[in-house]
Design a binder for this molecule. Structure first.
Ligand code: 4AD
Ligand code: MG
Length: 467
């Protein structure tokens, strides 16, 4: 076969220099045809669009044509021609075809219309489908948008550790990291596990959040953000929880809760607008095949202000709804943690807009949040989104050393591992605020996918760590 420099499908479809000789490589999506001519839809992942290869049967031997089945990998040389068919500008009249990799009939993505559940069991191959191609191109674009947004706004990308000795959220949902022999654990005299001979000489885990170290960055560099993997051993088998997910955590010195809300709203709108501007083909596909109201929802979010109200006001609305006959699975009262159904009621039924809820009871929020003057609520904020529920959680931080210590003691948080964090409050403390955006929840929103397992290439959930 003649050696010709490869052109990506995305680029070949833009070319109009008809008559040129080109090479494309990719995987067969479909092949149809007659006795005299075959039409092969070839995709190389660079775009959701396929390039059509026209192969005159008489030019190719039977053996080659037989191997051109769905999923097979081809290298094609041919002439770029203007397509007579509707829907595509150019196609390739093949002169040479090499089958780089044949594909058997047991290729799991052979048939159209497989369920998402089936595709999850074949997550290693689902990447080759239109839907997952679209989702993961959008996921990439969202990561770019996030870095671009913060870079343009003077934030520094700050790397926080993945292995840590402190439980930021204090929820006890950490995966341990150890090199100890789990079948022969040395115990101390009082029966506890002795970590002194472990790799780090103390008990360590995978981080649930980069926030505490992020606060150190913010109180030195002014404004930082993290963007990394986080891990939670919460046994919640829901369409919105992963054991390993990616989180973006901006933290800003001198910001209060209002600045924090403004930042969250501006940031998330920027990301959604970025998708609308840069992922048109993939969004159009998802809007057609997965969720018909997707584009409408994305436009709605960038065009409308988010509603801002306190937790207490939110509870009042929910209690009114219950009085009016609205049924919820979980009880609702002041002090209760909101379930996804409550969050979605406020967003989808009551306000019909994204909502930022603030000033939650201190009992249901983490120790580091700034106490309000009422002594009962803290300056927390959750951003609640249609279809998703909580997409962002954040707060103004307690910058007062004594007040922070009081909370740490009330909650029996082990102090000895926290001295470095407390030092921020001893040496030039300052007001500051930040939040965490769950990356996969953003991707859920932007793609219209229903299950968080379908927006990360290789999901980790309870009892599932395949691939
Ligand atoms: O509300 P969370 O727990 O807040 C924090 O971790 C803070 N340290 C953030 C901060 O203030 N810097 O988590 C933040 C976000 C949630 O709003 C949600 O979007 C996402 O992370 N999240 C998860 N996403 C997927 N799977 C899980 N198990 C998640 N837990 C939280
Ligand atoms: Mg939260």
């Amino acid at each position: 076969m003649q050696a010709i420099k490869r052109t990506k499908v995305i680029d070949v479809l833009r070319r109009t220099d008809y008559g040129a000789t080109v090479n494309v490589k990719g995987w067969v999506r479909t092949r149809r045809g007659s006795k005299s001519v075959n039409f092969i839809a070839l995709n190389d992942g660079s775009t959701i669009q396929n390039v059509q290869i026209v192969a005159d049967v008489e030019r190719f031997d039977e053996e080659t044509l037989k191997q051109i089945t769905t999923g097979a990998c081809l290298s094609v040389n041919g002439e770029l021609v203007k397509s007579p068919g509707a829907g595509q500008a150019s196609e390739i009249q093949a002169t040479e075809i090499e089958v780089l990799g044949t594909c058997g009939a047991d290729f799991p993505m052979q048939k159209k219309g497989q369920t998402f559940e089936f595709m999850r069991q074949n997550a290693h191959m689902r990447l080759r489908t239109n839907t997952f191609g679209a989702v993961f191109r959008i996921r990439h674009n969202m990561a770019i948008a996030i870095h671009k947004y913060f870079h343009e706004h003077g934030f520094f990308y700050f790397h926080t550790p993945i292995i840590t000795a402190s439980d930021c959220e204090g929820a006890g949902q950490m995966f341990q990291v150890t090199t100890k022999n789990l079948y022969d654990l040395r115990k101390t005299d009082d029966g506890k596990i002795d970590y002194s001979d472990d790799f780090f000489g103390k008990q360590t885990s995978l981080t649930v959040s980069g926030q505490l170290e992020g606060e150190l960055g913010a109180t030195a560099l002014g404004a930082i953000y993290t963007f990394g993997p986080t891990f939670r051993a919460e046994n919640s088998n829901t369409p919105r929880h992963l054991a390993e997910f990616w989180m973006i955590e901006p933290e800003v010195a001198f910001n209060d809760i209002t600045d924090n809300m403004d930042l969250a709203e501006d940031f998330i709108k920027y990301c959604v607008q970025w998708a609308l501007d840069n992922c048109q083909d993939d969004l159009a596909f998802l809007n057609k095949m997965v969720d018909h109201s997707l584009l409408e929802r994305l436009h709605f979010v960038v065009e409308h202000d988010f509603v801002r109200l306190t937790y207490t006001e939110g509870i009042r609305i929910l209690e009114e709804a219950v009085k009016g006959g609205r049924k919820f699975e979980f009880p609702i009262y002041w002090g209760a943690d909101l379930a996804s159904e409550h969050e979605r009621y406020l967003v989808e039924e009551h306000f019909k807009r994204p909502v930022i809820l603030t000033d939650y009871p201190k009992e249901i929020k983490a120790f580091y949040m700034k106490m309000n003057d009422d002594g009962k609520t803290v300056r927390a904020m959750d951003v609640l989104f249609p279809q998703i529920g909580e997409i962002i959680g954040g707060s103004e931080r307690e910058e007062n050393y004594d007040k922070l210590m009081t909370r740490i003691e009330e909650l029996h948080i082990p102090m000895k591992d926290m001295w470095w964090y407390l030092d921020t409050r001893r040496f030039g403390t300052c007001p500051h605020a930040g939040f965490g955006l769950g990356f996969e929840r953003l991707i859920l929103f932007v793609t219209g996918m229903q299950n968080i397992r379908d927006v990360i290439p290789f999901p980790r959930t309870p009892k599932s760590a395949e691939f």
